[in-house]
Design a protein around this ligand. Structure first.
Ligand SMILES: C[S@@+](CC[C@H](N)C(=O)[O-])C[C@H]1O[C@@H](n2cnc3c(N)ncnc32)[C@H](O)[C@@H]1O
Length: 320
């Protein structure tokens, strides 16, 4: 395949596109201090079956490679920039220490993303979470748009308490079993975030990339940690979720993807996206999760007023 001109001349990769190639090489062409927000969901080195990349490196090799690409991310970040890393249990601890101790970033949040529809295990607990680290270059200057990511509080959602702040609360972390059975256990004030994985039957699912992240999850990160017009980078574009969401939210964006086939599909995905289009998926999954027969139902005002009235039953205090 003929390389595009910018690649032959080793020009910086252009904004508004996904670039096929090795992120290390492409990052190397970027100017230092040019990115407001980087989101990376690298291969987890767990033997996942990608079409090009071999996800079975030795631990030492994986860690050395991670240090190189994360070092490049730290370099291309602006002084007030933010880097979010999605990673599995296997390397979460090591990559966090690498980012902070070796690369000098500051960890602002260690978010646990709790998801349903994970892979069922037989001889251990089925995994239903991934780690999301929010690193900043300068702990005193970074973007965090609290008002852009508020969620309804438990006071409002569960107790219909009129004193609840109608603007909602900042999401934070807690442990959850099944959200539909334990609504109080998944408070929006806690830092475990519930977004269903994009499973096979979902309308949102593109169907050609097994690691597609939900748009709502990226929406929260991009809204919180960047402003319209800022530059958002994803060095492991995959199905292109970060780029799609950045485009919908009016950010400049660029992504890198090793696989030619994936990159071509991402381009198709981006081509039909327009600024301002709604993100796929439920913005507040708890409100849209159906109760089970044995579980407890969220008492929303809408659900209450929709309940059928029992025939023949009089109100306790009949109007005179
Ligand atoms: C976990 S997936 C990313 C999924 C993505 N977050 C999404 O929502 O679809 C990781 C991707 O990184 C790509 N990849 C692996 N090594 C790469 C490299 N050196 N440079 C660029 N992309 C790479 C793989 O092909 C794979 O598509």
């Amino acid at each position: 395949m003929d390389l595009p001109l910018f690649a032959r001349l080793r020009l910086p990769p252009e904004l508004g596109d996904v670039h096929q190639g090795d992120c290390l090489e492409l990052l190397g062409r970027m100017e230092s201090g040019s990115v407001h927000l980087a989101f990376a969901d690298p291969p987890f080195n767990i033997g996942y079956d990608y079409d090009t990349y071999d996800d079975t490196r030795s631990a030492d090799d994986y860690l050395a490679w991670s240090e190189r690409w994360m070092g490049e991310i730290a370099r291309v970040l602006r002084p007030d920039g933010t880097f979010w890393l999605a990673i599995g249990d296997e390397y979460a601890a090591e990559l966090k220490v690498m980012a902070t101790r070796t690369l000098g970033l500051t960890c602002r949040s260690w978010v646990v993303w709790y998801y349903t529809f994970g892979v069922n295990c037989k001889y251990k607990f089925s995994r239903s979470h991934a780690h999301l680290f929010q690193f900043v270059k300068d702990p005193s200057t970074f973007t965090f748009n609290l008002d852009a990511i508020r969620v309804p509080s438990a006071r409002e959602l569960v107790y219909a308490d009129k004193r609840a702040n109608s603007k909602g609360r900042l999401p934070d972390d807690t442990w959850i079993l099944r959200p539909q059975d334990l609504p109080e256990g998944f408070g929006p004030e806690e830092n475990t975030w519930y977004f269903p994985r994009v499973c096979g039957t979902f309308k949102e699912r593109s169907g050609w990339h097994g690691c597609q992240m939900p748009e709502q999850l990226l929406g929260r990160i991009i809204r919180a940690c960047s402003n319209p017009g800022d530059t958002v980078l994803d060095p492991f574009a995959g199905s292109g979720t970060t780029l799609a969401v950045a485009k919908k939210l009016g950010r400049e964006f660029l992504g890198f993807e090793l696989s030619e086939a994936y990159a071509a599909r991402v381009r198709e995905r981006l081509a039909v996206i327009e600024l301002g289009q709604p993100l796929d998926g439920a913005p507040e999954p708890l409100k849209s999760v159906p109760a089970t027969q044995a579980g407890r139902r969220l008492k929303t005002p809408e659900a209450e007023s929709a309940k059928p009235k029992k025939p023949g039953r009089k109100p306790r205090s009949a109007p005179r």
